[in-house]
Design a protein around this ligand. Sequence first.
Ligand code: BGC
Length: 410
Amino acid sequence: MTKRFISLLLAASMVLALALCGCSSSSKETERKKRKSKKTEKTKVTETVDDDDDKKSTKKNKDKDKDKDKDKDKDKDKDKDKKDGKQRVGISFPTKDLFRWNTDGENLKNHLEAAGYVVDLQYANNDVYTQMSQIEDMIQTGADVLVVAAINGDSLGTVLGEAQAKNIPVIAYDRMILNTDAVSYYVSFDNYETGVIQGEYIRDSLELDEKDGPFRMEIFTGDPSDNNALFFYSGAMDVLRPYIDSGKLIVTSGQIDFDFVATAGWKTELAQNRMDAILSAFYSDGTQLDAVLCSNDSTALGVENSLAAFYVGNYPVITGQDCDLANVKNIIAGKQSMSVFKDTRTMVDQTTQMVEAILEGKDVPINDNTTYNNGVKVIPSFLCTPIFVDANNYRQILIESGYYTEDQIM
Ligand code: BGC
């Protein structure tokens, strides 16, 4: 009995043990399965991430390949141009916003292309850093000569140093580039003379030598970081200052010094704002304004807009420079007295000749080797001659010469 009981007990405990064992093994299995499935999920996630990365890196690689292809294309173009015997000229201009740079840019590009060069013309939106990187790009893509009209005359030393290191000659176009010996030549109009012409125009129109006066005048010049602005201002002021000193010419606002009368970026709106303020502070009581010395057409336009809105007296003598279309129309309409005409065709011809001479190793045409010291050295220059245009001679100078058509100025 006892034996039977013991064997029964044993059998029961074996069943229990088996049952327990089965339970535990099945939970282990579940656990294992769970873990496996987690691992699989993890693996999946990792794989997905890897997949994304792969896709990204594939895209990156593709992009890189594309860039490489582009570079190759550029190089191919370059090689092709070189094989064709074509050399590259990089032109870096300040902005498309002002009429004159568009005209100059298109003319120069066409001339240089007609002379057989490949031309890369870029405008820098009046942003110094954009200009630097565009020039850098021109150097990298194999420019043989650079033609640069600087936004800020003092900021291109470093990038032009790179050009110099690669023996790429640099022509400063219209505006001098300061404090670097990387500038090879300068081509411009005589900037001081431009100012003199404006000053003399005011002197003669008001008959300052004949009449007692006093006459009232205001002054607007250009961007302080454009080296030309100071030349224009000095040329005009050398003519007019004696009359200011003698009291025959009164600058009613008292704003005479260059820093007070400069216009950042040569911006029409800024000139207009300052003129608005001057008119309301000094002329709203009916005081007569006799002349406004404006260094160029974009500033003159601002002054003219302001006068149209706020001035009721006799219209003053107003100077300008560039013969931009809008200003020529104003000259014809009696809203601007004159503009200094810098025939960009002459300057473009001259620049093309310079480029050709440089690249052919010939004597580079210059006519001035003393006036323009850029702070490091005197830059050999070709200075073209400016002339004035007003209502009496615009037809002959601008239309008969083919600079504008009659339709354009109507
Ligand atoms: C040029 C002018 C021009 C001005 C604004 C000067 O450097 O000599 O012709 O009106 O920049 O663009």
